[in-house]
Design a binder for this molecule. Sequence first.
Ligand code: DAH
Length: 343
Amino acid sequence: MENLLKKIEDYKKEIEGSTTSDAKAVEEFRIKWLGTKGIVKEIMGEMKNVAPDKKKEAGQMLNEFKIFTESKFELLRESATNGQQSMANQIDLTLPGDTLPLGSRHPVILMKNRIVSIFQRLGFAVAEGPEIEDDWHNFGALNLPAHHPARDMQDTFYVQQNPDWVLRTHTSNVQIREMEKGKLPIRMVMPGRVYRNETVSARSHCFFHQVEGLYIDENVSFADLKQTLYFFVKEMYGKEVKVRFRPSYFPFTEPSAEMDVTCFICGGSGCNICKKTGWVEILGCGMVHPNVLSNCNIDPNKYTGFAFVMGIERPAILKYGVNDLRLFSENDVRFLKQFTSAI
Ligand code: DAH
C-alpha cells in the first residue's frame, strides 16, 4: 500500500509538470497515461495486490488519480487547440498594407480652384449664392426687367411650383446678393454652376460653371478692370499671351466688353480651336451699370465698380484636351481618375 501511494505521488508530480501546446505531444501524453496499455490502466491492475482491508482506501486513491490524469489531459488538449487557433489568427506583419482607392479632383473643380486662387492673391474674397433663384436676383436687379429682349438669350429653366423661381442662368445673381448686404467696398469672386435650356451635345450642355468677379469702391475705373484682368491672364496663360478688349453689350454693365487672349494652342498663328483667328474669347466684363447699384441701395454717384465673368469648362477643355462636354457630368471614374494632380 505504501508503495502504491509513493508511486501515485511520483506519477502525479510527473503529470503536473507536463506542459505542451502541440497536438502530437498531447496524443503521446494520452497514450502514455490513459491508453489501453497506459500507466493508469496498469496501476489500476495493482488493486489485486492490495490487502482486503485497504482495498476501499486504495480504490478511492486510484480513482482520484485517474480523474486527476484525465483532467490534466483535457487541459493539455484545450491549450493545444487554442494554440493552433491563435497561430492561424496571427497576422503576418511583413505583408504590405491594403491600398485604399483615393478619389481625384474633378477637372472643373481643378480649373475653378486655379482661377479663384489667382484672384485671391489680389485680395478678392470668395462668395457663393443659390442655384434656385428668384426673378429679381437673376434678372430684375441686373437691369433686365420683364420683357427685356436680352432675357431671351438666357434660355431660362423655370421652376414649376413657383413662376417667380428660376434655375439661375448666370452667377451674376451673387453680385446682387453681395451688394444687398450693404458692406462696402466689395472685392469678390463668385464661382458656381449655372443652368440654361440648351440641347445637350458634345459642345453645349444644360448646365455649366462660371466664375464671376465684382469690385465696388470709390473711384474704381475701367483701367482697374483692365489691370486686374491683365494680371489674371499673365498668371493663367503666361507672360507672352496678348490681350484685347472688344466693345460688347450686357444690360448690367456700361460700358461692356469681351476679352480675348491670343490662342494658347497655336500662339496666335491660327488653328481649329481659335477658328483660324489667332484669338480666343475668355470673358465678358464691364463697369457695373448705375441702375444695378441703385437697385442694391448703393449710391452710384459715390461708388463705381467693375464686374466680369468667365466660363470654367472652356479653359478646362483646352487644358486637358477633353473633346466632349458631356464627359464632365457622366461620373465615369475612368474619365475622372485621370485628373489626380492639382494644377
Ligand atoms: N452674366 C452674363 C452671362 O452669363 C455674363 C457677364 C457679362 C457677367 C459681363 C458679368 C459681366 O459680370 O460683367 O451671360
